[in-house]
Design a protein around this ligand. Structure first.
Ligand code: UDP
Length: 246
């Protein structure tokens, strides 16, 4: 698949439909594959920490969560086809895995949230096989991996926030039977109905980040990575245009 490099993070240039098809293909593989959904904050985290960059770039599929990545790709002259938000990718996948062919494990968020998310998902997709759930506040990682394996999960939604979820997936990629593990940040809270998504008009205007900030001002500190990300993209844009001229 064609890759687009944004400050060192290698994104797959895919539409939402292509991303879904790719996950379904990975589910048929025998190995465990990691799917990641970086937003500008996570890209900047990778720039700041090469170890996190390596983990993110070891994923089998990397999609652009958020309009900021789409703008950056355009500014760098290597546009990405479409934004593929993690929550939307996961929601769309549910329709395809409802056949009962695949078992889904929900991992992450505060105690009780994954169970509530499972209830809501079941209400919408009654035939879905949710084989297990666990909150995201655990210290014994082996216990979690065993739990995923005992219920023979095929696909695991891992919602521990970035980069904790990607590091967890990478560390256990060889010991889990799940075919696909997707890092999905705060999506469990959205599936559970505890956090609302931005209204459609805000999403259309590329203001989802502002909605998230207004509904949770504690995000302010983390969001300071966004202007740093933008300034780095500007620098990279300049560098690339100088290279072209030279
Ligand atoms: N979380 C978790 N375990 C941890 C830290 C965080 O399960 O040790 C959960 C947290 O409860 C929340 C999610 O990870 O549900 C992170 O959400 P956030 O909106 O910060 O993630 P983002 O989508 O921005 O990466």
């Amino acid at each position: 698949m064609e890759k687009v490099d944004i400050l060192g993070v290698k994104f797959d240039n895919v539409t939402m439909d292509e991303a879904i098809m790719e996950v379904l293909r990975l589910l048929k593989n025998n190995e465990t594959d990691m799917v990641v959904t970086p937003n500008p904050e996570i890209v900047q985290l990778c720039v700041d920490d090469p170890a996190v960059m390596d983990v993110i770039n070891s994923a089998s599929l990397t999609v652009a969560d958020g309009i900021g990545v789409i703008y950056a790709a355009r500014m760098l002259g290597t546009p990405l086809k479409e934004k593929v938000p993690g929550f939307d990718l996961a929601s769309n996948l549910l329709r395809y895995i409802e056949t009962g062919e695949y078992r889904l494990f929900l991992l992450g968020a505060a105690p009780g949230v994954a169970e509530k998310a499972a209830e809501n998902i079941k209400a919408k997709y009654p035939r879905i096989d949710i084989c297990g759930t666990n909150d995201g506040y655990f210290s014994d990682e082996e216990r979690i991996v065993n739990k995923i394996n005992e219920c023979e999960a095929d696909i695991c939604f891992v919602c521990l926030g970035a980069p904790k979820q990607e590091i967890f997936i990478k560390r256990h990629i060889k010991d889990t039977c799940a075919k696909v593990m997707i890092g999905l940040g705060g999506s469990m809270d959205v599936f559970a109905g505890n956090v609302k998504r931005a209204p459609a008009w805000m999403t259309r205007m590329g203001l989802e980040w502002l909605y998230r900030l207004l509904s949770n001002p504690k995000r302010m500190g983390r969001m300071m990575k966004i202007p740093v990300f933008l300034s780095n993209v500007k620098k990279e844009q300049k560098k690339r245009s100088l290279e072209k001229v030279g």
